[in-house]
Ligand binder design. Structure first.
Ligand code: ADP
Ligand code: MG
Length: 240
C-alpha cells in the first residue's frame, strides 16, 4: 500500500522532490518552466540552482518552498508532502523549518535591524526579551553587532542582505532558500555575502539552496543543478 503524503526513505534527506512539473497556462502560449524534475537534498548540504534568466529558477524555488503548487509531482520536506498540508500547517512548516532570502531584502523600514531579525520569533509567540537576545546573537554571527539599532535605510546594501540572512536563520530552519540574494550587490560585496552564507551553512548545518546565474559564485557550492529547457542537469563538485 502506498502513502503519497509521507516519504520515509532516509532521515538525513531533508528535501526530496519527485517528478515535479509546472506550466503557466495564464499566458497566451503556455510556458512549461520545468518538467519531471527530481532531486534530493541532504541535511547540511549546499546546492546552487543555476540557469539563464527566465529559465524557471524562481518558479522552482516557489514550488519547493510551498509558495506555489506544481501541476504534478511531489515535494517532501523531511518526508512530509508540503502541498498536501492545509494552509495553516503549510505556513507552520515554512515558518519553523524554512528560511527565505530574496534579491531585495524586504526588511521593514520603520524597525531596527534587531527588531527586524526578532520579528519571526515575535510572530511565532516568543516573548520580546528572549527574542531580542536571540536576534542579537544572529546579528553578531553575521558581523553586524554594531548595526543592531540602525534602521534598514541607515545601512549599506550588503549589510541589509546580512540582516535578511540573520532574520531567515532566527527560527533555526533546516534549510535556507535564497533567490539571487546577491543579485543586487557589487561583486566584492556579493562574494562576502556568499561566503557568509556558506560559513553559516557549515557551522549551523543548515542546508542551503541558492538560486544564482553567477557561475563563479555557484562554483563555491557543493553541488550545482542547472536548469535548461525545463530540465535539470546535475553536477557534483568536489570540495575538500
Ligand atoms: N506567475 C506567472 N505567470 C505566467 N508566467 C510566469 C509566471 N511566473 C513566471 N513566469 C514565466 O516563467 C518563466 C520562468 O520565470 P522565472 O521562474 O521567474 O525565471 P528565472 O527566475 O530563472 O529568471 C518565464 O518565462 C516567466 O515569464
Ligand atoms: Mg528569478
Amino acid at each position: 500500500m502506498s502513502d503519497t503524503t509521507t516519504d520515509n526513505s532516509s532521515s538525513s534527506i531533508i528535501l526530496r522532490c519527485k517528478n515535479i512539473t509546472r506550466t503557466f497556462i495564464e499566458t497566451e502560449i503556455p510556458v512549461k518552466v520545468f518538467e519531471n524534475i527530481s532531486f534530493q537534498v541532504q541535511q547540511g548540504e549546499s546546492l546552487a540552482i543555476t540557469g539563464a534568466s527566465g529559465s524557471g529558477k524562481s518558479s522552482l524555488l516557489y514550488v519547493l518552498g510551498g509558495l506555489d503548487k506544481p501541476d504534478s509531482g511531489t515535494v517532501y520536506w523531511k518526508g512530509r508532502d508540503i502541498h498536501s498540508l492545509n494552509e495553516k500547517q503549510r505556513s507552520h512548516l515554512r515558518n519553523s523549518s524554512l528560511g527565505f532570502v530574496y534579491q531585495f531584502h524586504h526588511l521593514l523600514p520603520e524597525f531596527t535591524a534587531l527588531e527586524n531579525v526578532a520579528m519571526p520569533l515575535w510572530i511565532s509567540g516568543i516573548k520580546s526579551a528572549s527574542a531580542l537576545d536571540k536576534a542579537k546573537a544572529l546579528l553578531v554571527a553575521v558581523g553586524l553587532e554594531k548595526r543592531c539599532q540602525h534602521k534598514p535605510g541607515e545601512i549599506s546594501g550588503g549589510e541589509r542582505q546580512r540582516v535578511a540572512i540573520a532574520r531567515a536563520l532566527v527560527n533555526e530552519p533546516d534549510c535556507l532558500l535564497a533567490d539571487e540574494p546577491t543579485g543586487n550587490l557589487d561583486n566584492y560585496t556579493a562574494e562576502q555575502v556568499y561566503d557568509l552564507m556558506l560559513s553559516l551553512n557549515q557551522r549551523l548545518k543548515t542546508s542551503l539552496i541558492m538560486v544564482t546565474h553567477d557561475t563563479y559564485l555557484s562554483s563555491k557550492m557543493e553541488r550545482i543543478l542547472h536548469l535548461e529547457k525545463a530540465h535539470l542537469k546535475h553536477s557534483l563538485q568536489h570540495k575538500g
